[in-house]
Write a new protein. Structure first.
Ligand SMILES: NC(=O)c1ccc[n+]([C@@H]2O[C@H](COP(=O)([O-])OP(=O)(O)OC[C@H]3O[C@@H](n4cnc5c(N)ncnc54)[C@H](OP(=O)(O)O)[C@@H]3O)[C@@H](O)[C@H]2O)c1
Length: 298
């Protein structure tokens, strides 16, 4: 029941045409109960085993490798024959493939539905881009619950190993971090050279309307990067960026723009703590340019 899990389950209940109530499980049960009461047409399972036993499709959206490994160790104590697992957690391709093998061996199937370009406000508006991989039949089974229900687009990697969806999602992280880095640098440059951030906003809004550029720009200029609930906490992002850098290194790819963004994330953690938002990259670029980390709200 993080920001993405909450938005996805709400949209599944609202538009998934579910015959039966959605069964929700969360490690911290009170969060599941509160959320279930708010979305309706859902029940809360007491244990993960209970949730899995009485479901055909089990959709998970967990924090990281550790949470996924821990949860699937519990899940696989249950008979999973014929059950379809859909995982939207951002985890490494290695963990994905390892879990997929274990599910397959136990008689179930895993389809990946990685969430990309999905900060919680986009998830709420069904603007997620989802990347699906796994056996073609498994991807077809989840298709009715993706486009127009939890997201706006499905990048279909049917027939590919589940880990491929994780790889593409990791590379999507490069796109996102580089976008934040670009917007942060442009705003600081505009402020330093006298053009001003409001003129820069006009340019960005014209060239990239309704894109992540404008969402990140709003968080930067409004001061949301140090005031609002984080899109993603910097400590979580840094775990993921370490995987991406390893992947780039092992495949011989040069990702210098991404490395700059990662260095700025480290500055954000030093300056504002591990729970600071990743759009704090703006504050890091400001510091590097002789400006205070926090802007005056504009
Ligand atoms: N936020 C974004 O912008 C964004 C965008 C794209 C993809 N994603 C990915 O989507 C996934 C979910 O993200 P999110 O922002 O919704 O929430 P999140 O904070 O990353 O994950 C929260 C969920 O993971 C559970 N959890 C954490 N550690 C656990 C453990 N050791 N054992 C069992 N459960 C554990 C939490 O349970 P409790 O409630 O008990 O803590 C909660 O249900 C992540 O992999 C994230 O990287 C996020």
């Amino acid at each position: 029941m993080g920001g993405i899990g909450k938005a996805m389950t709400r949209n599944l209940v609202l538009s998934g045409r579910l015959d039966e109530p959605l069964i929700i499980y969360n490690r911290t049960r009170s969060r599941a109960e509160e959320h279930s009461a708010s979305i309706g047409h859902s029940t809360v399972a007491a244990t993960i085993e209970d949730a899995v036993s009485c479901s055909d499709i089990i959709w998970s959206c967990l924090q990281d490798d550790e949470a996924v490994e821990f949860s699937f160790a519990q899940i696989l104590r249950v008979d999973v024959t014929g059950k379809l697992f859909v995982d939207s957690s951002s985890v490494t391709p290695e963990v994905t493939d390892r879990i997929a093998q274990r599910i397959l061996k136990a008689g179930g199937n895993l389809s990946l539905c990685r969430v990309f370009m999905g900060e919680p406000s986009m998830a709420e508006k069904r603007l997620l881009t989802c990347i699906a991989a796994g056996a073609p039949g498994s991807v077809d089974r989840i298709r009715p619950f993706v486009v127009g229900v939890v997201g706006r687009a499905l990048i279909d990697l049917s027939g590919e190993e589940p880990g491929k969806a994780s790889l593409l999602k990791l590379m999507g992280n490069v796109l996102i971090m580089n976008t934040m880095e670009t917007v942060a640098e442009l705003n600081v440059f505009a402020e330093k050279c006298g053009v001003g951030v409001q003129s820069m906003k006009k340019l960005l809004d014209q060239v990239f309307p309704n894109t992540p550029h404008s969402i990140y720009n709003h968080r930067m200029l409004s001061g949301g990067y140090y005031r609002d609930t984080p899109i993603v906490e910097v400590s979580k992002a840094l775990k993921l960026t370490a995987h991406v850098l390893e992947l780039a290194k092992s495949s011989g790819a040069s990702v210098k723009g991404y490395e700059a963004a990662v260095d700025h994330l480290k500055v954000v953690e030093d300056q504002a703590g591990e729970d600071a938002d990743i759009t704090g990259i703006y504050g890091a670029v400001r510091l590097e340019s002789g400006l205070p980390f926090k802007n005056e709200t504009q």
